[in-house]
Design a protein around this ligand. Structure first.
Ligand SMILES: NC(=O)c1ccc[n+]([C@@H]2O[C@H](COP(=O)([O-])OP(=O)(O)OC[C@H]3O[C@@H](n4cnc5c(N)ncnc54)[C@H](OP(=O)(O)O)[C@@H]3O)[C@@H](O)[C@H]2O)c1
Length: 371
């Protein structure tokens, strides 16, 4: 069915993806979904975006707008309509009952429990289903939801700011702001896309960060702050602890400092007692809290640990036109590193963007056959 579409289909599918993107920050742990209904004569008669709190799905919002005009028309949906009853009745029923004759949708739902079933039900009811248009864009839009279902853990996006020679600060004992104000705005947008932000204990100690989403865009849940801190270096005076009543703050720590832990807990910090070196346990804990995606913001040791464990789904480097040099400035990725080039992480689909004087490199790890 992949060739059975026109330029018009392409434009309407693109619009459905755009409508889906309006839900960024507002749907997790559900997927982003947008829908356009086009009447038989070619007129757009309904549009919908899914927002978790509003419950109603994008298809139903668009169909309600279209009313009787939907009969005999085409539905452009960014993700396979579901055929099961969840918080709402099946969207496949809504499309069938509205008299839709054709559904154009780029990709199946990545959830293995429901994948393909929506398309099957539509076809069984005589609806033409066209798939494959803009499928890479559609899969990318829901990349967090995909990893959540396919790898049964949160999506991990590693992001670091660095100099041209790959240093992330002057020393690992000092806070160094490397990128410009345009990049700073971009970082807030990245935070907005994620459910959690994670840093190492040393970064939390040295930078005393606030780790908040200051994009100004609406979000469903506050960005959860996560610190890997076995030595419990986050103090009760820190910005994180002082603001923990307002913003979820989770510290993973193997520390047996019962008093220190109790003092942090009094301020609203959740201290989870486990060895923060075990990243699989950490991600599992985040999963049990329905945190679908995590933006890892360093420092060098933590970035290296995620790379060593091959637990990076997406990588963003923001490179400032500056050289730091010397042997004491930490490099972006610490940890054990690769023992051979065969063992090194390779990346694909590199995108380069400019923010003021800085360059952003965003890419995805190549999946090896054995992984
Ligand atoms: N430019 C940037 O984008 C950027 C971003 C962040 C930080 N920085 C800078 O980077 C420097 C800090 O980097 P860093 O490498 O020294 O420290 P880090 O990565 O922030 O923290 C490392 C510490 O975290 C603890 N940890 C707990 N679980 C861990 C795990 N699974 N893997 C690795 N470490 C774990 C370890 O101590 P325990 O096991 O004892 O807890 C470790 O010593 C600072 O100068 C900061 O300003 C720059």
């Amino acid at each position: 069915m992949e060739k059975d579409f026109s330029q018009f289909d392409l434009e309407k599918t693109r619009r459905a993806l755009e409508l889906a993107s309006f839900g960024i920050g507002r749907v997790s742990p559900s997927p982003l979904v947008g829908c356009v209904i086009v009447a038989q004569g070619g007129e757009t008669v309904g549009e919908g975006s899914y927002i978790y709190e509003n419950v109603t799905h994008a298809e139903v919002i668009a169909l309600n707008q279209a009313g009787e005009k939907a009969r005999g028309g085409t539905a452009y949906v960014s993700l396979e309509p579901h055929a099961h009853t969840g918080r709402t009745p099946p969207c496949t029923d809504a499309l069938i009952n509205a008299g839709i004759r054709r559904v154009v949708c780029p990709v199946e739902d990545p959830n293995p429990l429901v994948s393909g079933k929506g398309f099957q039900v539509l076809r069984e009811n005589g609806i033409e289903v066209v798939t494959g248009i803009l499928k890479d864009e559609a899969a990318k839009l829901n990349e967090k939801f995909c990893v959540w279902h396919q790898k049964a853990r949160p999506f991990v996006h590693l992001k670091l700011a660095m100099s041209l020679d790959g240093r992330i600060s002057l020393r690992n004992s000092v806070s160094t702001s490397l990128s410009g104000k345009e990049s700073a705005a971009r970082v807030q947008d990245l935070r907005h896309e994620h459910d959690a932000i994670l840093v190492g204990g040393n970064t939390a100690f040295v930078d005393n960060p606030s780790l908040t989403d200051r994009s100004g865009k609406p979000r469903r849940r506050k960005l959860a702050r996560v610190v890997l801190d076995n030595r419990l270096r986050v103090s009760t005076d820190s910005t994180l602890a002082q603001t923990a009543k307002d913003t979820p703050t989770i510290i993973f720590s193997a520390s047996d400092d019962a008093r220190g832990i109790a003092n942090l807990e009094k301020l609203g910090v959740e201290v989870v007692r486990l060895n923060a070196r075990n990243l699989f346990h950490i991600l599992n804990e985040l999963k049990t809290r329905s945190l679908q995606s995590v933006l890892v913001e360093g420092g060098s040791e933590v970035a290296g640990a995620f790379c060593d464990a091959k637990l990076v789904d997406k990588l963003t480097f923001i490179v400032a036109p500056i050289v730091i040099g010397g042997s004491h400035a930490p490099l972006a990725i610490g940890g054990n590193g690769a023992h051979s080039l065969d063992n090194a992480m390779r990346f694909r689909d590199l995108e380069i963007t400019k923010h003021g004087e800085d360059f952003e490199f965003t890419s995805y790890p190549q999946i090896r056959d054995e992984e």
